[in-house]
Design a protein around this ligand. Structure first.
Ligand SMILES: NC(=O)c1ccc[n+]([C@@H]2O[C@H](COP(=O)([O-])OP(=O)(O)OC[C@H]3O[C@@H](n4cnc5c(N)ncnc54)[C@H](OP(=O)(O)O)[C@@H]3O)[C@@H](O)[C@H]2O)c1
Length: 289
């Protein structure tokens, strides 16, 4: 009993140190991982890898030595990314497949096909998503339904397909890309989008709870990005605390590699903003959203 407690405390302290380092010094943390080639002989599957965070995460993980299984709807983008990365990192294996995550049956087929290609999958990043939601009650149900189908039901299909693979392997890390918009119910065009991202975060927490209950050694990480400039917000005016896609995806990759359970990224200022969003009265949340 005493040994179990000591191990638990030592383990928690070690993990806490890695999480704090990856959050506060993501660049230095990643340089260390690059030197070690932390991803050597490992495979990561990333959805929505044809642009923005998915594409940039693929570039970062390739630098760490990971083999890549990448998918999205735009095949030419995936082909180009594979070509670029194969040239830069000839020692890693890269496979791509086209996938619309709202074609739920295809999600299972594509994930299984990747697992067969590589023999096993170490990490899956549920990243594909769209940003098009509209005010509720203004006649835009079809747009909101499509967003829910891609950002929530499509993500559920990806979590199911990933967990099937991880349960069979008895190992793996499931990562979901939620959003700071998941912290509270948000107005205007953010309502459906934020609700889907909150649903996704709860889904991931439920899977984590199940892993604790069943004692399966599968890690679940929920990432809450703040504003990162990508195609999803191409036409938006300057956004509060925004960073470019390279900076944002490096912060995300550092969080994923530290196997954190939940992280707001970049940590400064979003961890603090997240706390404020959770506890401020709704009229004040409206002002900062
Ligand atoms: N950028 C931010 O500020 C921010 C903040 C919080 C959360 N996020 C989340 O981060 C994730 C990535 O977004 P991003 O910023 O990188 O935007 P992005 O550049 O628009 O990338 C979105 C990716 O998702 C893919 N995608 C969209 N619909 C899809 C579908 N039906 N099936 C398969 N793939 C689909 C797109 O590829 P195809 O079009 O080729 O299919 C693209 O690769 C999203 O889940 C987003 O909600 C972003």
């Amino acid at each position: 009993m005493r040994n179990t407690l000591v191990n638990f405390v030592t383990d928690t302290a070690k993990k806490g140190k890695a999480h704090a380092y990856s959050a506060l010094q993501p660049e230095r943390y990643l340089v260390g991982l690059e030197k070690q080639q932390a991803g050597k002989d490992k495979t990561i599957l990333i959805t929505g890898a044809s642009s923005g965070l998915g594409e940039n995460m693929a570039r970062q993980f390739a630098k760490l030595g990971y083999n890549l299984a990448i998918c999205a709807r735009r095949e030419s983008r995936l082909e180009q990314l594979k070509g670029d990365l194969n040239e830069q990192y000839p020692d890693i294996r890269i496979e791509y497949r086209t996938l619309d995550v709202a074609d739920y049956k295809a999600v299972f087929e594509v994930f299984q096909a990747f697992a067969k290609d590589f023999g096993s999958i170490d990490k899956v990043v549920v990243n594909a998503g769209v940003g098009e939601s509209r005010r509720i009650g203004k006649g835009r149900f079809e747009t909101n339904r499509r967003t829910a189908e891609i950002n929530f039901v499509g993500a559920l299909a990806q979590c199911e397909a990933a967990m099937q693979i991880f349960r069979a392997q008895n190992s793996g890390q499931l990562v979901v890309i939620s959003s700071m918009s998941a912290m509270r119910g948000l107005p205007r065009h953010m309502t459906t989008y934020g609700a889907c991202k909150a649903g996704l975060a709860y889904l991931a927490e439920g899977i984590r709870a199940d892993m604790i209950l069943t004692k399966l050694p599968i890690k679940i990480s929920t990432i809450y990005p703040g504003y990162i400039r990508t195609e999803i917000n191409t036409n938006a005016k300057p956004l509060p605390f925004e960073v470019d896609a390279d900076t944002g995806s490096r912060a995300i990759v550092a969080a994923i590699e530290s196997e954190v359970e939940e992280a707001c990224v970049p940590s400064v200022p979003w961890s603090l903003v997240g706390q404020m969003m959770k506890h401020l009265p709704l009229p004040l949340v409206n002002k900062i959203s």
